[in-house]
Design a protein around this ligand. Structure first.
Ligand SMILES: [Zn+2]
Length: 324
Protein backbone atom coordinates (compact mmCIF):
# COMPACT_ATOMS: atom_id res chain seq x y z
CA UNK A 1 0.00 0.00 0.00
CA UNK A 2 3.07 2.20 0.06
CA UNK A 3 2.20 3.69 -3.32
CA UNK A 4 -1.33 4.80 -2.39
CA UNK A 5 -1.51 8.50 -3.27
CA UNK A 6 -4.03 11.29 -3.07
CA UNK A 7 -5.31 11.89 -6.57
CA UNK A 8 -5.61 15.69 -6.29
CA UNK A 9 -6.33 16.50 -9.95
CA UNK A 10 -9.16 14.00 -10.20
CA UNK A 11 -10.77 15.36 -6.99
CA UNK A 12 -10.66 18.90 -8.39
CA UNK A 13 -12.31 17.79 -11.62
CA UNK A 14 -14.91 15.77 -9.70
CA UNK A 15 -15.95 18.84 -7.67
CA UNK A 16 -15.84 21.04 -10.75
CA UNK A 17 -18.16 18.63 -12.57
CA UNK A 18 -20.65 18.93 -9.71
CA UNK A 19 -20.65 22.72 -9.94
CA UNK A 20 -21.41 22.67 -13.66
CA UNK A 21 -24.63 20.86 -12.73
CA UNK A 22 -25.69 23.45 -10.14
CA UNK A 23 -29.00 24.11 -11.89
CA UNK A 24 -29.77 20.46 -12.55
CA UNK A 25 -32.43 18.63 -10.61
CA UNK A 26 -30.10 15.75 -9.68
CA UNK A 27 -27.32 18.01 -8.49
CA UNK A 28 -24.81 16.80 -5.87
CA UNK A 29 -26.85 15.42 -3.04
CA UNK A 30 -30.29 16.90 -3.11
CA UNK A 31 -31.88 20.30 -3.15
CA UNK A 32 -32.38 20.44 0.60
CA UNK A 33 -28.59 20.29 1.07
CA UNK A 34 -27.56 22.46 -1.89
CA UNK A 35 -26.00 25.37 -0.01
CA UNK A 36 -24.24 22.96 2.37
CA UNK A 37 -22.99 21.14 -0.71
CA UNK A 38 -21.49 24.33 -2.11
CA UNK A 39 -19.68 24.92 1.20
CA UNK A 40 -18.35 21.33 1.20
CA UNK A 41 -17.19 21.64 -2.42
CA UNK A 42 -15.59 25.04 -1.96
CA UNK A 43 -13.78 23.99 1.23
CA UNK A 44 -12.52 20.83 -0.49
CA UNK A 45 -11.18 22.96 -3.36
CA UNK A 46 -9.48 25.29 -0.85
CA UNK A 47 -7.72 22.30 0.76
CA UNK A 48 -6.63 21.13 -2.70
CA UNK A 49 -5.26 24.64 -3.32
CA UNK A 50 -7.74 25.05 -6.19
CA UNK A 51 -10.10 27.68 -4.75
CA UNK A 52 -10.39 29.48 -8.08
CA UNK A 53 -11.97 26.45 -9.73
CA UNK A 54 -15.39 27.83 -8.77
CA UNK A 55 -16.55 31.13 -10.23
CA UNK A 56 -16.53 33.34 -7.13
CA UNK A 57 -19.15 35.83 -8.33
CA UNK A 58 -21.54 33.07 -9.43
CA UNK A 59 -21.27 31.36 -6.06
CA UNK A 60 -21.84 34.63 -4.18
CA UNK A 61 -24.94 35.25 -6.32
CA UNK A 62 -26.20 31.75 -5.50
CA UNK A 63 -25.66 32.38 -1.77
CA UNK A 64 -27.52 35.68 -2.11
CA UNK A 65 -30.42 33.90 -3.82
CA UNK A 66 -30.66 31.55 -0.80
CA UNK A 67 -30.99 34.44 1.66
CA UNK A 68 -34.54 34.68 2.96
CA UNK A 69 -35.63 38.30 3.46
CA UNK A 70 -38.60 37.17 5.57
CA UNK A 71 -36.57 35.47 8.31
CA UNK A 72 -33.02 36.77 7.76
CA UNK A 73 -31.52 33.27 7.54
CA UNK A 74 -30.23 31.28 4.57
CA UNK A 75 -32.07 28.34 3.05
CA UNK A 76 -30.50 25.44 1.18
CA UNK A 77 -32.07 26.54 -2.09
CA UNK A 78 -34.07 29.61 -3.18
CA UNK A 79 -37.63 29.37 -1.90
CA UNK A 80 -36.91 26.81 0.83
CA UNK A 81 -37.22 27.59 4.56
CA UNK A 82 -34.20 29.13 6.28
CA UNK A 83 -32.35 26.90 8.75
CA UNK A 84 -29.49 27.39 11.22
CA UNK A 85 -27.29 24.81 9.48
CA UNK A 86 -27.67 26.31 6.00
CA UNK A 87 -27.25 29.78 7.48
CA UNK A 88 -23.86 28.66 8.78
CA UNK A 89 -22.95 27.28 5.33
CA UNK A 90 -23.94 30.57 3.65
CA UNK A 91 -21.84 32.56 6.11
CA UNK A 92 -18.87 30.17 5.76
CA UNK A 93 -18.92 30.44 1.97
CA UNK A 94 -19.07 34.24 2.10
CA UNK A 95 -16.29 34.38 4.72
CA UNK A 96 -14.12 32.07 2.60
CA UNK A 97 -14.48 34.57 -0.25
CA UNK A 98 -14.05 37.51 2.15
CA UNK A 99 -17.41 38.70 0.82
CA UNK A 100 -19.68 38.79 3.88
CA UNK A 101 -20.60 42.43 3.35
CA UNK A 102 -21.57 41.81 -0.27
CA UNK A 103 -24.64 39.94 0.98
CA UNK A 104 -24.97 40.72 4.68
CA UNK A 105 -24.80 44.38 5.53
CA UNK A 106 -26.95 46.87 7.37
CA UNK A 107 -30.48 45.63 7.88
CA UNK A 108 -29.78 42.21 6.31
CA UNK A 109 -26.94 41.57 8.74
CA UNK A 110 -29.10 42.58 11.72
CA UNK A 111 -31.88 40.31 10.52
CA UNK A 112 -29.47 37.40 10.11
CA UNK A 113 -28.06 37.84 13.62
CA UNK A 114 -31.60 37.95 15.03
CA UNK A 115 -32.57 34.85 13.06
CA UNK A 116 -29.76 32.91 14.72
CA UNK A 117 -30.24 34.32 18.22
CA UNK A 118 -34.02 33.96 18.14
CA UNK A 119 -33.65 30.20 17.63
CA UNK A 120 -32.00 29.83 21.05
CA UNK A 121 -34.23 28.15 23.66
CA UNK A 122 -34.38 28.85 27.41
CA UNK A 123 -32.15 25.80 28.19
CA UNK A 124 -29.34 27.26 26.06
CA UNK A 125 -29.82 24.87 23.13
CA UNK A 126 -30.78 26.01 19.63
CA UNK A 127 -33.54 24.79 17.37
CA UNK A 128 -32.62 24.42 13.72
CA UNK A 129 -35.60 26.47 12.59
CA UNK A 130 -39.10 27.39 13.65
CA UNK A 131 -40.12 23.72 13.38
CA UNK A 132 -38.21 23.14 16.57
CA UNK A 133 -35.82 20.22 16.02
CA UNK A 134 -33.22 20.66 18.79
CA UNK A 135 -29.75 19.22 19.22
CA UNK A 136 -26.10 19.99 19.86
CA UNK A 137 -25.37 20.37 16.13
CA UNK A 138 -27.42 23.54 16.03
CA UNK A 139 -25.63 24.96 19.08
CA UNK A 140 -22.37 24.49 17.20
CA UNK A 141 -23.81 25.97 13.99
CA UNK A 142 -25.20 29.00 15.80
CA UNK A 143 -22.03 29.74 17.79
CA UNK A 144 -19.84 29.21 14.72
CA UNK A 145 -21.98 31.56 12.59
CA UNK A 146 -22.16 34.25 15.30
CA UNK A 147 -18.42 33.94 15.84
CA UNK A 148 -17.66 34.54 12.15
CA UNK A 149 -19.95 37.57 12.28
CA UNK A 150 -18.23 38.75 15.49
CA UNK A 151 -21.58 38.82 17.28
CA UNK A 152 -21.21 36.44 20.25
CA UNK A 153 -22.44 37.79 23.57
CA UNK A 154 -22.49 36.30 27.11
CA UNK A 155 -26.32 36.17 26.94
CA UNK A 156 -26.01 33.67 24.10
CA UNK A 157 -22.76 31.95 25.05
CA UNK A 158 -23.26 31.19 28.75
CA UNK A 159 -26.50 29.19 28.49
CA UNK A 160 -25.20 27.44 25.34
CA UNK A 161 -22.07 26.33 27.23
CA UNK A 162 -24.20 25.05 30.11
CA UNK A 163 -26.27 23.02 27.62
CA UNK A 164 -23.16 21.56 25.93
CA UNK A 165 -21.74 20.48 29.30
CA UNK A 166 -24.94 18.59 29.98
CA UNK A 167 -24.47 16.62 26.71
CA UNK A 168 -21.27 15.05 28.11
CA UNK A 169 -21.61 11.36 29.06
CA UNK A 170 -19.64 9.38 31.65
CA UNK A 171 -18.17 7.14 28.92
CA UNK A 172 -16.23 10.17 27.62
CA UNK A 173 -18.49 10.88 24.65
CA UNK A 174 -21.17 13.46 23.91
CA UNK A 175 -24.79 12.90 22.92
CA UNK A 176 -26.98 15.10 20.75
CA UNK A 177 -28.87 16.21 23.84
CA UNK A 178 -28.44 15.54 27.58
CA UNK A 179 -28.75 11.79 28.27
CA UNK A 180 -28.50 10.73 24.61
CA UNK A 181 -26.08 8.01 23.48
CA UNK A 182 -22.50 9.13 22.72
CA UNK A 183 -21.80 9.77 19.06
CA UNK A 184 -18.56 10.97 17.45
CA UNK A 185 -20.21 13.73 15.42
CA UNK A 186 -21.52 15.16 18.68
CA UNK A 187 -18.04 15.12 20.21
CA UNK A 188 -17.00 17.45 17.40
CA UNK A 189 -20.01 19.76 17.69
CA UNK A 190 -19.73 19.99 21.49
CA UNK A 191 -15.94 20.35 21.74
CA UNK A 192 -15.89 22.63 18.69
CA UNK A 193 -18.60 24.84 20.20
CA UNK A 194 -16.66 25.16 23.46
CA UNK A 195 -13.47 25.97 21.52
CA UNK A 196 -15.20 28.67 19.47
CA UNK A 197 -16.25 30.54 22.61
CA UNK A 198 -12.94 29.96 24.45
CA UNK A 199 -14.58 27.70 27.08
CA UNK A 200 -12.69 24.42 26.75
CA UNK A 201 -11.50 25.07 30.31
CA UNK A 202 -15.04 24.27 31.47
CA UNK A 203 -14.08 20.58 31.01
CA UNK A 204 -11.93 18.96 33.72
CA UNK A 205 -8.60 17.19 33.17
CA UNK A 206 -10.37 13.87 33.86
CA UNK A 207 -12.99 14.66 31.26
CA UNK A 208 -10.32 15.50 28.68
CA UNK A 209 -8.66 12.15 29.38
CA UNK A 210 -11.96 10.24 29.06
CA UNK A 211 -12.85 12.10 25.87
CA UNK A 212 -9.44 11.25 24.38
CA UNK A 213 -9.94 7.56 25.16
CA UNK A 214 -13.48 7.43 23.80
CA UNK A 215 -12.33 9.12 20.59
CA UNK A 216 -9.21 7.04 19.95
CA UNK A 217 -11.19 3.83 20.51
CA UNK A 218 -13.14 4.77 17.37
CA UNK A 219 -10.26 3.46 15.23
CA UNK A 220 -11.03 -0.07 13.97
CA UNK A 221 -8.47 -2.64 12.77
CA UNK A 222 -9.00 -1.64 9.08
CA UNK A 223 -7.68 1.81 10.07
CA UNK A 224 -10.87 3.82 9.61
CA UNK A 225 -12.85 5.44 12.40
CA UNK A 226 -16.42 4.69 13.42
CA UNK A 227 -19.03 6.94 15.00
CA UNK A 228 -20.03 4.62 17.85
CA UNK A 229 -18.76 1.34 19.31
CA UNK A 230 -19.26 -1.72 17.04
CA UNK A 231 -20.21 0.30 13.97
CA UNK A 232 -18.50 0.17 10.58
CA UNK A 233 -15.74 2.69 9.86
CA UNK A 234 -16.71 5.67 7.71
CA UNK A 235 -14.49 8.31 6.11
CA UNK A 236 -16.52 11.24 7.47
CA UNK A 237 -15.51 10.23 11.00
CA UNK A 238 -11.96 10.99 9.96
CA UNK A 239 -13.16 14.53 10.46
CA UNK A 240 -15.52 14.30 13.43
CA UNK A 241 -13.07 12.26 15.51
CA UNK A 242 -9.76 13.74 14.37
CA UNK A 243 -10.87 17.35 14.67
CA UNK A 244 -12.04 16.65 18.24
CA UNK A 245 -8.70 15.05 19.09
CA UNK A 246 -6.88 17.98 17.46
CA UNK A 247 -8.84 20.50 19.52
CA UNK A 248 -8.03 18.73 22.80
CA UNK A 249 -4.39 18.22 21.76
CA UNK A 250 -4.48 14.40 21.49
CA UNK A 251 -4.25 13.96 17.73
CA UNK A 252 -1.41 11.45 18.05
CA UNK A 253 -3.67 9.05 19.98
CA UNK A 254 -4.68 7.35 16.72
CA UNK A 255 -2.57 5.71 14.02
CA UNK A 256 -2.15 8.19 11.16
CA UNK A 257 -0.67 5.62 8.84
CA UNK A 258 -3.65 3.25 9.02
CA UNK A 259 -6.25 6.02 8.80
CA UNK A 260 -4.48 7.62 5.82
CA UNK A 261 -4.54 4.29 4.06
CA UNK A 262 -8.27 3.82 4.77
CA UNK A 263 -9.11 7.28 3.35
CA UNK A 264 -6.88 6.86 0.27
CA UNK A 265 -8.45 3.46 -0.44
CA UNK A 266 -11.88 5.15 -0.42
CA UNK A 267 -10.97 7.41 -3.38
CA UNK A 268 -12.33 6.86 -6.86
CA UNK A 269 -8.93 6.80 -8.55
CA UNK A 270 -10.31 7.57 -12.01
CA UNK A 271 -13.20 10.00 -11.70
CA UNK A 272 -12.21 11.52 -8.36
CA UNK A 273 -14.19 11.95 -5.15
CA UNK A 274 -14.06 9.97 -1.90
CA UNK A 275 -16.71 7.59 -0.57
CA UNK A 276 -17.66 6.55 2.98
CA UNK A 277 -15.55 3.38 2.67
CA UNK A 278 -13.57 1.56 -0.03
CA UNK A 279 -15.53 0.58 -3.18
CA UNK A 280 -18.64 2.64 -2.41
CA UNK A 281 -20.10 5.50 -4.45
CA UNK A 282 -18.32 8.85 -3.91
CA UNK A 283 -20.07 12.05 -2.80
CA UNK A 284 -19.01 15.60 -1.97
CA UNK A 285 -19.69 15.17 1.78
CA UNK A 286 -17.20 12.31 2.17
CA UNK A 287 -14.80 14.02 -0.24
CA UNK A 288 -14.46 17.11 1.94
CA UNK A 289 -14.28 15.22 5.23
CA UNK A 290 -11.75 12.74 3.85
CA UNK A 291 -9.57 15.59 2.60
CA UNK A 292 -10.05 17.49 5.87
CA UNK A 293 -8.93 14.42 7.83
CA UNK A 294 -5.83 14.08 5.64
CA UNK A 295 -5.10 17.78 6.07
CA UNK A 296 -5.31 17.47 9.87
CA UNK A 297 -2.76 14.65 9.65
CA UNK A 298 -0.46 16.99 7.73
CA UNK A 299 -0.79 15.27 4.35
CA UNK A 300 1.78 16.65 1.95
CA UNK A 301 0.44 19.24 -0.48
CA UNK A 302 -2.91 19.89 1.25
CA UNK A 303 -3.75 23.33 2.63
CA UNK A 304 -4.08 23.50 6.43
CA UNK A 305 -7.60 23.22 7.88
CA UNK A 306 -8.84 24.72 11.14
CA UNK A 307 -10.19 21.83 13.30
CA UNK A 308 -12.71 24.13 15.02
CA UNK A 309 -14.33 25.86 12.03
CA UNK A 310 -13.68 23.32 9.26
CA UNK A 311 -12.37 26.11 7.06
CA UNK A 312 -8.85 26.95 5.88
CA UNK A 313 -6.78 28.43 8.72
CA UNK A 314 -5.80 31.25 6.36
CA UNK A 315 -9.45 32.37 6.58
CA UNK A 316 -10.20 31.62 10.25
CA UNK A 317 -7.16 33.46 11.59
CA UNK A 318 -8.94 36.69 10.64
CA UNK A 319 -11.93 35.94 12.94
CA UNK A 320 -12.26 37.93 16.18
CA UNK A 321 -11.67 35.67 19.20
CA UNK A 322 -14.39 35.68 21.88
CA UNK A 323 -14.49 37.20 24.50
CA UNK A 324 -13.89 40.32 22.43
ZN1 LIG B 1 -20.19 9.13 6.59
Amino acid sequence: MADLKLNKESHVSYIKSLDSKRQDYEYWLSEHLRLNGVYWGLTALCLLDAKNTFNKQEIIEFVRSCWDAKTGGFSAFPGHDAHIHTTLSGIQILATYNALDEVLEGEALKQCISFIKDNQLPDGSFQGDRFGEVDARFVYSALNALSILGELTPEVVDPAVAFIKRCYNFDGGFGLCPGAESHAAMAFTCIGALAIVGKLGELSADQFENIGWWLCERQVPEGGLNGRPSKQPDVCYSWWVLSSLAIIGKLEWISFEKLREFILKSQDPKSGGISDRPDNEVDVFHTIFGLAGLSLMGYDGLIEIDPVYCMPTSVTKTFKKYPY
